[in-house]
Design a protein around this ligand. Structure first.
Ligand code: GDP
Length: 176
């Protein structure tokens, strides 16, 4: 059935962020309602498709994952080309992944061809509350300073996962 479904809009979304922050896990939880604890650092998804209803419109999301390429710093301009939305992910239990957001912002801004691309910031792994190194306030401030919507989520429990994709799709359609 997939592939033949009709839609009003098609959106290209990207997941970026350091290795092991949970990009693939967020995507798989969203599209397949599944979570795997022991997948190692990356599963290596290329992209997945999911349909959503936004403002009474049928929206086809094509969501691209880095497939581990970020480890080799080889994300290229072709990965970013045509993306209307960029989901930047960090791990709330890993301060380094939060500090690295500055580099990711620079990369997005230099490569993304879509002038009005929407950025959304996601702090993942909030189920690991006792290991937290980045507070919600820190995430909120970073998002505010960079004009991004902010959401905390857990790819494990699914909290905030659906909301992440709904929110970015809504923002993109609003500014269309
Ligand atoms: P990626 O390299 O950014 O795509 O990260 P992965 O999706 O491969 O996840 C890296 C590791 O973190 C895997 O072992 C996942 O099981 C784990 N992980 C991802 N998201 C969560 C989460 O929300 N909570 C917990 N507890 N573990 C997570």
């Amino acid at each position: 059935k997939s592939g033949t479904e009709s839609y009003d809009h098609i959106l290209k979304l990207l997941l970026i962020g350091d290795s092991a922050v949970g990009k693939s896990s967020i995507l798989i939880q969203f599209t397949d309602d599944a979570f795997d604890e022991d997948i190692g650092t990356t599963i290596g998804v290329d992209f997945k498709v999911k349909y959503l209803n936004v403002f009474q419109k049928r929206v086809k999301l094509t969501i691209w994952d880095t497939a581990g390429q970020e480890r080799f710093r080889t994300l290229t301009s072709s990965y970013y080309r045509g993306a209307q939305g960029v989901i930047m992910v960090y791990d709330v239990t890993n301060k380094e992944s939060f500090l690295n957001l500055n580099n990711w912002i620079k990369e997005v801004d230099s490569y993304a061809t879509y002038e009005d691309h929407i950025k959304l910031l996601v702090g993942n792994k909030i189920d690991l509350a006792d290991q937290r190194q980045v507070t919600k306030q820190m995430g909120e401030k970073f998002a505010r300073d960079h004009n991004m919507v902010f959401i905390e989520c857990s790819a494990k429990t699914r909290v905030g996962v659906e909301q992440t994709f709904e929110e970015i799709a809504r923002k993109i359609l609003e500014t269309d």
